[in-house]
Design a protein around this ligand. Structure first.
Ligand code: NAG
Ligand code: NAG
Ligand code: NAG
Ligand code: NAG
Ligand code: NAG
Ligand code: NAG
Ligand code: NAG
Ligand code: NAG
Ligand code: NAG
Length: 888
């Protein structure tokens, strides 16, 4: 059989643009009853400190169980669980009050940042020669490889899901002398984030693809697909922080980072995160400390680009951290599986397909189409006519659309069908979701392939389709739609405190790298997860070439030697630059980062909001070359992005936000400056924000200061600011439905009507399913969701009729007489677009229990940059009244 390569290449692009769907909103979850404490500096986590701490908790009846020692030069503390069935988090304030505790945080859970974009395939072997790997061309890594700079002598720490180091491209072994020379498994296979980690010294894992893919982007060696990592001669140190499923706690992440730091990594990278946008989370704090102590850290900016602006991620949002955004590969590598077909036993051809999740076994069957019309909208959505033939022994061809795959499956299964070939009604292929137990195999072909078959069948010919599953072809066609532009999934900033993030972007959309051998050895994934190890590799190249560079200088060089890219919304490219809060310094340039003589002291300039406007920013320009350089300064604006969809709204718009081209005007203390070899000069920058903007929509303006040196250096210093006062932005908007009361027994969180009666068991103070009132409801559960981030959210209890007659203990909080904060509140540093629950067992944060009665809860969320002592700086809203009763 002859396979026409041109046909295969033409088909491939549609196969791979299949999945970049961002799915559901991320939730920032915490481990129930799980805490991290940091002890005061003088304390070490000596066993007596630990045991006295735990015995104090035991005295308070918290029933602590130890989780992890967090003992390093940068962080001394512990993580532990208290009985999550106890009265809620009165615990936190009690622990914070203990003299040896500097700070206590709940344990937050974080996830990896990737998407699967293509099916996997088994590789064979062979080696490549000169570096023509598309992402290396994009980031100018090929030029450094051509000079023999390949990371030799550097160690990159990868904090991830572990690695299949038996993979030949990853060295095939673990330990001294191997590519993967160091590492540790902090958690074990069974860890899911909420249970206690079971460490062991071996970071091997093949149950997850993520870590092996990430590690290959850093340091893969020669392989049959002719690519290598950015630093194929670097040493890897692998710290495993995920089990085979679930998330990772920030105690584990803190331990992994401090371990990597103390074990001497040159750079630490983690493609892990969760929506946050505040710099104060414990993991972000520790990563910032590691950077301050000298080790650069690269962190994935996050994949929630669909959420719009002000949606930063931890620990990427940490101060000094190098947050990395994603750019789509200029090629779309894909592994396509092919089948063959014959028409009337004579002509033959081949077709690419994508298996459904249930798979498609090897078959050879005649094709039968439900409809002879290949434009029919609802093919097989209704029961088939009674004169339909027996479909057993046939491959049934159905057009996608209108109803679910399962509805279509059931209608053909009613006539005995067992195998279905869908054809798409849109470009690309998607994995059909078929769960009908009668269906043994399903797959999808392109719209064009389906239409061609339907026409052939309608003309009276017979088609025999054969699938053997062993014909997989790798191809890597050009991506001329989004290649070289920001991936639509890449997260948008600024942070809630107006920090400019990400620092830089790198190829992360449609990336070929290694997978565990058990998962086929090679595959294509997308995410800021893939962009981040690329930049980690670039940092290793910088370290190899310029070992004297400190972590802040590395960040500044990366952020200012990149190339700004124009905006693309997934289908169309515009002639204006993508906002800095999406792209940072643009596409990373490894060659410029290694060779620039011109070094700035900042990665970007933040002009803050109008209330905290930076009237005079500056940067220091250093000439590290051997002769004088004269620099010219100019600037180019990027598009200004509106956070909110219109003047009246409070909820940020989803991707793509509205962009306008009016930008700032930027002035320099001098339009050009001459800097002697080895010397530095300060340049003052003043800026006038763009005018005539709809300020109520929270416009974020940005651009690049262009700095051209007479030696040929060309830098782009990103700047950004907010053309409104963030304190004016609503953070809590009752019209979104929050806050409200639901029941702890309802995990779909349906709001309850006013006057709902809850019955709480005093016997145990936990949810007791054997006790319920007439409505079957149990413990009130307060749900809060924000439209913008808030650093302080109060939830205070009020008697529902407003009279305090029978209540002896009242507290006036921010000018309102209340019964006190409910246990587990206030809550700190919440991101927007995230809802969380606090169960109310009738207990206040001082541990006292309120009598049975009818109450409501007043929720107040501090606006960004608000004064926590000023009631006017909060948005407030009350819940409906609800009644609690107690039973023994
Ligand atoms: C591929 O591997 C086989 C054995 O595993 C070896 O004989 C062959 O030389 C390899 N080919 C290349 C191109 O490396
Ligand atoms: C890396 O450097 C070491 C010496 O530091 C040398 O022994 C080794 O051969 C080098 N490896 C490569 C791939 O250049
Ligand atoms: C890798 O390079 C070899 C030698 O140039 C070539 O034969 C092979 O087809 C390449 N592999 C891929 C996947 O492009
Ligand atoms: C194709 O060949 C098979 C036997 O090999 C035969 O049964 C069938 O009738 C032929 N179909 C056509 C359309 O010629
Ligand atoms: C992209 O490439 C495809 C196929 O190579 C071509 O049909 C299409 O016109 C190109 N689109 C653009 C915008 O260049
Ligand atoms: C913006 O100003 C506020 C208030 O002074 C400050 O807390 C914040 O850190 C500033 N942001 C930046 C990026 O400097
Ligand atoms: C430059 O800015 C920093 C704050 O970012 C400030 O501390 C410093 O005084 C400024 N230097 C000059 C010369 O204005
Ligand atoms: C620097 O050069 C780039 C093109 O290489 C140009 O777009 C920019 O305006 C120049 N800036 C200055 C200050 O000359
Ligand atoms: C309290 O709850 C725990 C588990 O949540 C259970 O083991 C215990 O039996 C309960 N005690 C009573 C008195 O119900």
């Amino acid at each position: 059989m002859l396979f026409n390569i041109a046909t295969l290449l033409a088909l491939a692009p549609s196969v791979l643009s299949a999945v970049t769907d961002n799915g559901a909103k991320k939730q920032r979850n915490v481990v129930p009853g799980g805490y991290i404490v940091e002890f005061e500096d003088v304390m070490s986590v000596a066993s007596d400190t630990k045991s006295s701490f735990y015995s104090e908790l035991a005295d308070k009846k918290m029933n602590p169980t130890h989780r992890m020692d967090l003992s390093s030069s940068l962080f001394k503390g512990l993580s532990f669980h208290v009985d999550s069935g106890l009265d809620q988090t009165v615990v936190a304030s009690d622990i914070q009050a203990m003299p040896l505790v500097r700070k206590v945080w709940p344990i937050s859970l974080y996830d990896t940042q990737d998407f699967v974009t293509a099916p996997y395939v088994n590789g064979s072997n062979s080696t490549g020669s000169s570096d023509v790997f598309s992402t290396h061309l994009m980031g100018h890594v090929d030029r450094l490889h051509a000079e023999g700079l390949t990371g030799n002598g550097t160690t990159v720490a990868v904090i991830d899901t572990g690695i299949d180091y038996l993979h030949p491209a990853l060295g095939g072994c673990f330990g001294p002398g191997c590519k993967v020379a160091y590492g540790y498994d902090l958690v074990g296979d069974d860890y899911d984030g909420t249970n206690t980690p079971v460490p062991d010294p071996d970071p091997y894992s093949s149950c997850n693809d993520h870590g092996t893919h990430v590690a290959g982007i850093v340091a893969a060696g020669p392989n049959p697909y002719n690519f290598t990592g950015v630093v194929p001669d670097a040493t890897l140190a692998i710290y495993r922080v995920f089990g085979c499923s679930g998330s990772s706690g920030d105690d584990v992440l803190i331990d992994a980072f401090t371990r990597a730091y103390e074990e001497g990594a040159d750079i630490i990278t983690a493609s892990i995160g969760g929506a946050n946008g505040w710099t104060e989370e414990p993991w972000s704090v520790v990563v910032s400390r590691i950077v301050a102590a000298g080790t650069p850290c690269t962190l994935a900016a996050g994949n929630d680009g669909s959420e719009g602006l002000f949606y930063g991620s931890s620990a990427a949002d940490g101060i000094g951290v190098i947050a990395v955004g994603s750019i789509d590969n200029i090629e779309s590598p894909v592994f396509t599986t092919y089948g063959i077909y014959s028409v009337d036993n004579s002509t033959t051809g081949q077709f690419g397909y994508l298996e459904a999740a249930i798979g498609m076994p090897n078959i050879s069957l005649p094709l039968w189409a439900v409809s002879e019309d290949s434009t029919i909208p609802g093919d097989a959505c209704e029961p088939l006519p009674a004169n339909t033939p027996d479909l057993a022994g046939k491959l049934v061809l159905i057009r996608r659309g209108t109803c679910t795959f399962d509805t279509k499956a059931a209608n053909v299964a009613a006539f005995g069908a067992q195998y279905i070939m869908f054809y798409n009604n849109a470009p690309s292929l998607t994995s059909a979701s078929v769960t009908d137990p009668d269906i043994l195999g399903a797959a999808m072909v392109s719209a064009e392939q389906g239409a061609s078959w339907v026409a052939t069948l309608a003309a009276g010919s017979a088609i025999q389709v054969t699938i053997t599953g062993d014909l997989t072809v790798f191809s890597s066609p050009a991506n001329n739609v989004t290649g070289g532009h920001m991936s639509t999934f890449t997260m948008w900033n600024p942070t809630n405190e107006a920090y400019v993030k990400p620092e830089i972007s790198a190829p992360g959309g449609n990336i070929l790298s290694t997978l565990p051998l058990a998962q086929g050895g090679y595959g294509v994934l997308s995410g800021t997860s893939m962009a981040t190890p690329f930049v980690a590799g670039v940092v290793a190249l910088m370290k190899q070439a310029r070992p004297d560079l400190d972590a802040y200088t590395i960040r500044a060089i990366l952020g200012t030697t990149g190339h700004p890219v124009t905006f693309n919304d997934g289908t169309t490219t515009y002639d204006y630059l993508a906002p800095v809060v999406q792209q940072g310094g643009g596409e990373v340039d490894a060659y410029a980062a290694v060779y620039t003589s011109t070094v700035l002291d900042v990665a970007n300039l933040a002009f803050n909001d109008t209330a905290h406007f930076v009237k005079e920013a500056n940067f220091t320009i250093t000439n590290r070359g051997s002769s004088d350089i004269t620099y010219n300064f100019d600037y180019v604006n990027a598009a200004t992005a509106y956070t909110l969809p219109d003047d009246g709204s409070t909820q940020p718009q989803t991707f793509p936000p509205d962009l306008v081209t009016s930008g700032a005007s930027v002035h320099f203390s001098s339009g050009s400056i001459s800097v002697a070899a080895g010397k530095s000069e300060v340049v003052i920058v003043t800026l006038s924000p763009p005018e005539n903007l709809a300020t109520a929509r929270i416009p974020v303006y940005s651009g690049f200061i262009t700095i051209n040196g007479t030696n040929g250096d060309s830098l782009n210093l990103p700047y950004a600011g907010i053309a409104s006062s963030l304190k004016d932005a609503t953070v809590l908007d009752p019209s979104t439905g929050y806050p409200y009361i639901t029941s702890t027994s309802d995990n779909t969180f349906v709001p309850l009507d006013p006057g709902t009666v809850f019955t709480i068991s005093l016997a145990n103070a936990t949810v007791n399913d054997t006790i319920s009132n007439s409505t079957g409801l149990l413990v009130p559960n307060l749900r809060i969701g924000l439209v913008m981030g808030s650093s302080l959210i109060r939830a205070d209890l009020l008697p529902s009729n407003g009279t305090y007659g029978t209540y002896s203990n009242t507290t006036t909080i921010l000018g309102v007489k209340t019964l006190g904060a409910i246990a587990g509140t206030p809550t700190l540093y919440q991101p927007r677009a995230n809802a969380w629950s606090t169960a109310f067992y009738g207990v206040l944060d001082d541990g006292s229990r309120v009598p049975a009665g009818t109450y409501s809860i007043l929720v107040r969320a501090l606006r960004i940059f608000g004064d926590a002592t000023n009631p006017d700086d909060y948005d407030s809203a009350g819940t409906v009244p609800f009644t609690i009763r107690y039973v023994h």
